[in-house]
Write a protein of this length. Structure first.
Lengths: 971, 158
């Protein structure tokens, strides 16, 4: 209920929202959790495993219980914490993990079954039969357990990613963070101040503290205004720093929550010279019997709801604590006119801080109320007492938020005075820790530590800071350990994963004694809250159960992200076409105009085939295009192949070193095929290289390996052969290059070239300068089809018009454009390799090119390629395949077996890399690798494709099926 | 505002071993700008943009004969856009991982870096203006990415 005269948003406008379809009114500035409590809605969810009724536990991002689902259809967004969700008009939230309704949840039967569902139950019970786990048990268990669900549809919401850079990143804008940011900024540093909350100020907004004579929240607001006015400060509210990484890089998730084109979330990568962690501390619950009912909350959360949002989470509140700080809850409530039944303090020596009933040495040993707390049992020196209360504010002490300091394998240090872990110095390079995160537990200490830390940091960065620290409360933090309270009923530790004290003890009993093993055995600390409220308490219970101390037991590993980050935010910009850049050739639009389906080749888009009217299958188009090249002339855009300009006095020597064959002997105006090896002696890439001048070469690479080869050349030049004076430049994008292939190719070219060519001036493997309509370009007589063919290149700006003109001329001669399908058929008919064959595990020997590895010179990969194992006759070597029955087909990826042998891995003889239907030969063809293949020509082998269920008896042939002596290409 | 830059001729110049000084002097004599240092440009009209180890692009002027260097025509190899406006740094921060703050990345500074998923170049040409260049074939993606980034920034300021 609302408390009149309380709350920073007490005069804010009303806001309508729904929860599970029911309409409510909250206030601008509320979180969903605050608005629900204001409307006396206490039951907000069902627990993960036992479907127990759960309420709001905290007022921050650590919330384990109050998770809701927002949105419908593709934009359904589960597991949103009601404690950080800002209320807006029309907000519609739904509860999770309950059916048919939150109040009457069928799966609550699990709670009755709880004696059978303890930790490890699944592992022990659902073991047999083995196949039942995936098929039967797991789906049933998964349906019953769990939190919110995704829609399963592609999300179309907008997300964003961005980078930011600064001198000092201050994480958290509580008293310490504000002082740190102010001090560093005033000294002149570029500062980013990031805070999870929509309103900066941290605990100052949740407490009734004073700072420098002002109300804490007002002081915070004034400092934020001051920071906002500074040009060297960037304030990032609603931004959770999620991870600390190398070199001062941090991940951060910003909730933008805008409308229209604004993204839902932005995932930031912030690079900071120095960082100051002012993340505060998280209050931890106490494990007493049945401590999970709606209405049992953290004491600090009760103060936050009261002081910030003017909401009393109950009509009669009781406080249960082991420290002085929690007493402030009673003081604040009484000041606001809320009834406080008692403060139960486990410490005998606790002293009251106001006019309330204090039960010293008291323990809460039981609770009642199925859907909401209505009574507690308190055990104290005077006996056992029932207290009517609808809200219990508990506090087991505070855990400094050490998470980010542990993201690079650091471990926190146990502090006996605070009964909690504190950061260990130097775990994150460049990071300092201030405020409660560093174990400074009073307001005054936080302000001072923020300022002092920033002074040290700013001085290190070469600035001259000075700090003016305002006065504030400096009440000492007094605590005595209290981790669990004995009594009948489950004592919950991890509310999100339904892990209680007995589960931890069971883990220890079953010898899962390491804290990491305990975590996996019980699931404590998993899921969306990552055990922010439960980790320290659970390991304290484990320490007790194993007879070790807490420091010896240690913590589990803290890993990023600190809060859940949606995959949508991390993959921002990569939806649809944003997945990868699109590289378009100059003929792209002309190809699309002709109806060609475009297929991806690396980042490039290339035409698959060019359909003609009347053709109903791709194969008809492909066969026609093959026919163009074999009988008239075809045009194909080959601009996507990598082109590298290589120049310098040592260019030829360099090529001899990177290619396994020799290029220094290549004459000017001639082209040679080259094979490149990796250092391990396997084939890296192949292509042709043309010599345009004494010190000038142009290398072509395959489309797929263009980048890899360029990187390789740079590596060889910089690291292995800096003695060679040579330079490279990628010219892939500079030139539009087209294959003109077929018996009528020269006739076509001569209709366009300014100076006609003939066999004598332009023989096979010749190259040189040409001009077309006065535009100078290059012409290479090379062939990937086995036909009399050329590649003609002009600067890219002429590509589109050159393509249209080439195709028009080809069509006039009875030919036309051809796509990747036909290109593939043409090269398989000729036994020419692509990366389907040179897939990274084959050698020059395997593809029958071992004689190309010149032994008259050294080259990359030469020595390694001579290893006996790589020259073994029993290696799988390249062969051609055709079906014995010409009507049968072949499949790529199939494996080869001796006829009659079982088609099992042990009998594997090889595999198929490329297949096609050859319209030229009238049957299927394949290329593949077979043990001792070259010596098995004419043998029959069985092709077995287990995936597509194909078995075809094949004949082993020479890989060159068509025109084996190459007469057609030579002309 | 995003506009295409018609840069005129572009030549990639890579001095051969020991040829940097002579190349710089020859460039200065012919078009008035020298060979740039790493991550720097020279000139504002015709200009030299560093683009890699011992490499620069001579943009907007015919490249003179440089006997001590390798020169390769790159006129058709690049798509260049100019992006300008008060929030230009915020827009580029959506795509470019490097520090572009004006105190660090000043007018005339250039870097080879990522623009989204693309490898390219970013040069500051004014207080609120940058030139961004990527391979020609990715021009469409460049415009798409810059527009999405700008829309995201604009939608926040509403």
């Amino acid at each position: 209920m609302r408390v009149s005269g309380k709350g920073q948003n007490q005069n804010a406008a009303p806001v309508s929202f729904t929860f599970d379809g029911q309409s409510y009114v909250g206030r601008q500035g509320d979180t969903l959790a605050a608005a629900l409590l204001a409307n006396d809605v206490r039951l907000v969810g069902r627990s993960f495993k036992y479907h127990r009724p759960r309420g709001i536990l905290t007022a921050g991002s650590e919330e384990p219980n109050a998770l809701v689902t927002m949105g419908d259809g593709a934009s359904q967004d589960p597991n949103i914490r009601a404690t950080t969700l800002e209320l807006y008009d029309g907000l519609a939230a739904r509860s999770q993990n309950a059916w048919p309704s939150l109040k009457f949840d069928v799966m609550a039967i699990n709670d009755m079954m709880s004696p059978f569902l303890s930790a490890g139950f699944y592992y022990k019970t659902f073991m047999w039969p083995k196949s039942f786990w995936e098929a039967v048990y797991e789906p049933i268990i998964r349906r019953a357990a769990g939190l919110g669900a995704l829609s399963g549809k592609a999300n179309e919401d907008i997300y964003e990613k961005a980078f930011a850079h600064c001198d000092v990143l201050v994480i958290g804008a509580g008293p310490a963070g504000i002082m740190a940011a102010l001090t560093a900024a005033k000294a002149g540093a570029d500062v980013i101040l990031a805070d999870e909350d929509s309103v900066m100020g941290g605990r100052l907004n949740a407490e009734t503290y004073n700072v420098g004579g002002h109300v804490g929240a007002d002081w915070a607001a004034a400092q934020i205004e001051q920071l906002k006015a500074l040009k060297n400060v960037r304030l990032m509210p609603r931004t959770t720093v999620t991870g600390a990484y190398d070199d001062g890089t941090f991940g951060a998730l910003e909730r933008v929550a805008g409308s229209g084109d604004a993204p839902l979330e932005c995932f930031w990568r912030i690079v900071a010279k120095r960082s100051i962690l002012c993340a505060g501390a998280l209050e931890r619950p106490i494990a007493f019997p049945n401590n999970d009912r709606p209405g049992i909350m953290m004491a600090s959360a009760v103060r936050a709801y009261l002081n910030r949002w003017g909401v009393a989470p109950g009509a009669t509140v009781t406080v249960f604590a082991n420290n002085d700080d929690a007493h402030q809850t009673a003081v604040d409530l009484i000041d606001a006119g809320v009834n406080v039944a008692a403060v139960v303090d486990s410490r005998e020596a606790a002293k009251p801080r106001g006019e309330y009933r204090l039960i010293n040495g008291g323990l809460v040993t039981g609770t009642k109320g199925r859907h909401g707390l209505n009574q507690i049992t308190v055990t104290h020196a005077g006996g056992i007492e029932e207290i009517e209360t609808d809200c219990l504010a508990m506090s087991g002490g505070w855990n400094p938020t050490v998470h980010l300091t542990c993201h690079m394998n650091g471990r926190p240090t146990w502090n006996d005075d605070l009964q909690s872990f504190v950061p260990t110095d130097g775990t994150i390079p460049g990071m300092s820790v201030a405020g409660a995160a560093a174990g400074h537990m009073s307001n005054a200490a936080c302000l001072k530590s923020g300022a002092q830390t920033a002074c040290v940091v700013a001085t290190d960065l070469g600035f001259s800071p000075n700090a003016d620290v305002p006065s504030a409360e400096d009440t000492p933090y007094q605590i005595e350990p209290l981790w669990q309270v004995d009594g009948k009923g489950r004592k919950w530790l991890d509310f999100q994963n339904d892990v209680h004290v007995k589960d931890i003890k069971l883990a220890a009993q079953e010898n899962f004694r390491s804290v990491e093993h305990m975590k996996r055995y019980t699931t404590q600390g998993m899921a969306t809250d990552q055990g922010k409220s439960s980790n320290v308490s659970a390991l304290a219970v484990l320490a007790d159960a194993t007879g070790r101390g807490i420091p010896e037991t240690g913590t589990t590993t803290f890993r990023p992200p600190y809060v859940p980050v949606s995959i949508g935010a991390m993959g921002a910009g990569s939806q649809g076409n944003g997945f990868a850049p699109q590289r378009l050739t100059t003929s792209h639009h002309a190809s699309v105009d002709r109806g060609a389906p475009m297929i991806e080749a690396g980042l490039w888009y290339r035409p698959s085939y060019f359909p003609k009217q009347g053709e109903t299958t791709w194969l008809q188009s492909c066969n026609r295009e093959v026919d163009y090249v074999r009988n008239t002339v075809g045009i194909c855009d080959v601009s996507t192949l990598g082109k590298i300009d290589i120049q310098g006095p040592d260019a030829a020597a360099f090529l001899d070193f990177v290619y396994c064959n020799t290029f220094s002997s290549l004459k000017e105006n001639r082209v040679r095929y080259g094979l490149m090896l990796r250092e391990d002696g396997h084939v890296m890439d192949d292509g042709t290289t043309a010599r345009l001048g004494p010190n000038h070469f142009v290398m072509t690479t395959t489309t797929a390996a263009a980048g890899q080869v360029m990187t390789h050349l740079e590596w060889v030049s910089q690291a292995l052969r800096p003695d060679l004076n040579v330079r490279f430049a990628s010219v892939t994008e500079q030139w539009a290059q087209f294959a003109v292939a077929g018996p009528k190719s020269r006739e076509l070219l001569n209709s366009m070239l300014d100076d006609p060519i003939d066999e004598e001036s332009w023989p096979f493997m010749a190259c040189g300068e040409i001009s077309i309509s006065g535009v100078s370009g290059r012409l290479f007589r090379i062939s990937f089809s086995g036909e009399h063919a050329y590649e003609v290149a002009l600067p890219a700006r002429f590509g589109a018009s050159l393509f249209r003109q080439l195709v028009a001329q080809a069509e006039a001669l009875g030919g036309g454009a051809y796509g990747m399908e036909a290109l593939n058929v043409l090269r398989i008919e000729k036994g020419f390799i692509t990366h389907a064959e040179i897939h990274g595990r084959v050698t020059a020997f395997d593809i029958g090119f071992d004689r190309m590895v010149s032994q008259k010179k050294d080259c990359i990969g030469n020595a390694a390629s001579r290893r006996p194992g790589l020259l073994d006759i029993q290696r799988e070597q390249m062969i051609g395949l055709k079906p014995v029955d010409p009507n049968e087909s072949l499949t790529a990826g199939a494996h080869l077996f001796v006829e009659g042998a079982d088609a099992v891995a042990a009998n594997d003889q090889g595999y198929v890399t490329s297949v096609c239907h050859s319209p030229t030969l009238g049957h299927a063809l394949g290329l593949g690798f077979l043990k001792d293949g070259p010596n098995r020509m004419g043998e029959h082998v069985m092709l077995v494709d287990h995936v597509r269920d194909v078995r075809t008896l094949c004949e082993v042939c020479h890989p060159v099926f068509f025109d084996p002596d190459g007469g057609r290409a030579r002309g | 505002m995003i506009t295409e830059v018609d840069a005129g001729p572009i030549t990639l110049v890579a001095p051969l071993d020991g040829g940097r000084k002579a190349t710089s002097e020859a460039l200065k004599a012919a078009i008035g700008i020298g060979f740039p240092n790493p991550n720097r440009t020279q000139g504002t009209g015709p200009r030299a943009i560093w683009c890699g180890m011992e490499q620069a692009l001579i943009v907007g002027a015919a490249c003179p004969d440089l006997p001590q260097a390798v020169c390769v025509d790159h006129t058709d190899a690049w798509a260049i856009v100019r992006i300008e406006g008060d929030q230009v740094e915020d827009v580029l921060a959506r795509l470019v991982p490097i520090d572009l703050r004006s105190a660090v990345f000043k007018r005339g500074h250039t870097a080879r870096t990522f623009i989204g998923h693309m490898n390219g170049g970013v040069t500051r040409v004014g207080a609120n203006a940058f030139e961004v260049m990527v391979m020609r074939s990715m021009a469409g993606t460049l415009v798409h990415d810059l527009e999405s980034a700008a829309n995201g920034v604009a939608a926040r300021s509403v």
